[in-house]
Design a binder for this molecule. Sequence first.
Ligand SMILES: Cc1ncc(COP(=O)(O)O)c(C=O)c1O
Length: 380
Amino acid sequence: MNNIYLDHAATTPLHPQAAEQMTTVMKEIYGNPSSIHAIGRQARHLLDLARAKVARTIQAKDNEIVFTSGGTEADNLAIIGTAIANRDKGKHVITSSIEHHAVLHACNFLEREGFEVTYVQPDENGLVGVEEIEKALRDDTILVSVMFANNEVGAIQPIKKIGSLLESHQAYLHTDAVQAYGTEKIDVNDLQVDLLSASAHKINGPKGVGFLYIKNGTRIDTLFYGGEQELKRRPGTENLVSIAGFAEAASISSSMLDEKRQTYKQLKDKFLQTLVDEEIEFMINGSTEGSVPHVLNISFPGTEVESLLVNLDLAGIAASSGSACTAGSIEPSHVLTAMFGGGSERTRNSIRFSFGLGNTENQIVEAAKKTAEIVRRLTI
Ligand SMILES: Cc1ncc(COP(=O)(O)O)c(C=O)c1O
């Protein structure tokens, strides 16, 4: 049986060119970028090139990119780093209740440290309203953190509008763009964001590397203490192999953005059409219009998420119940709970299918047919 991987929002396969680049660096470039000799300078040169490549994908300046160990660290650095550095200006932070746990748990930490956090609720489509952010905004708000696209339902948030709202306010704007980087056009200047997180393993890069964009002039503290790497914002010898792989994946992804968007949208539409043709009952969680093309979250009335996932797995289909970090636990998704309320059946019968590199139309049709068969079996 051939497996069909439809969990690209959890992680993606490494792009062959990224793997090739990493292998070359692993074998040939072993210097420490901080060493002043030729071997070190060779590594530094590669690091500088990688930084420039990544910066270009979001229209940032090279010195505004800080490489991290991934999206989680980027989110933590953005939220805790700016809150601590700006506590003399206020102790209020705004975020949404549908953020990834990397943001939510960092905010919980701030609350324990005496900060006040407002968690704005989304609507039924998973959309966080600008008006809701405006209502929550106070003179002492120092940070607003709203994700670019939700990882469970794909809903794209109005970051540009929030950026305009904060234009004349002291609060910094952070966006967790981990699920959007790779399918959405991102221009940090146009969006007016001060901080933006991204992760390599969601765009066919390696796991364990990401970046935080920090607009020049942003007051931010470091989370770690050590050497002077990454402009002292993230000390520690740089993970050059992964950074080089990330830069390769980011360049490829950025140059193929339109193509990727179109392909994933077609796969999403095909999957939905096949379910319709199979005449099973389902509801889409979130709106297909305002969402990233690779994520599709579907509720199957009369089923239970655990049996759905087990049966899909047995049929060779890799999908997920939402955030990979909470998959496997029986707790209902915090995102679907925020959208539909804790009592809603949708929090217990929904599956996230996410598309990406390597998926073909034939696979999608086969996966949708098998899904329909399973749903029919489980609802008898
Ligand atoms: C929206 C979002 N933010 C942050 C993360 C964490 O990124 P990483 O796995 O690179 O730590 C994820 C990963 O699932 C995510 O989807």
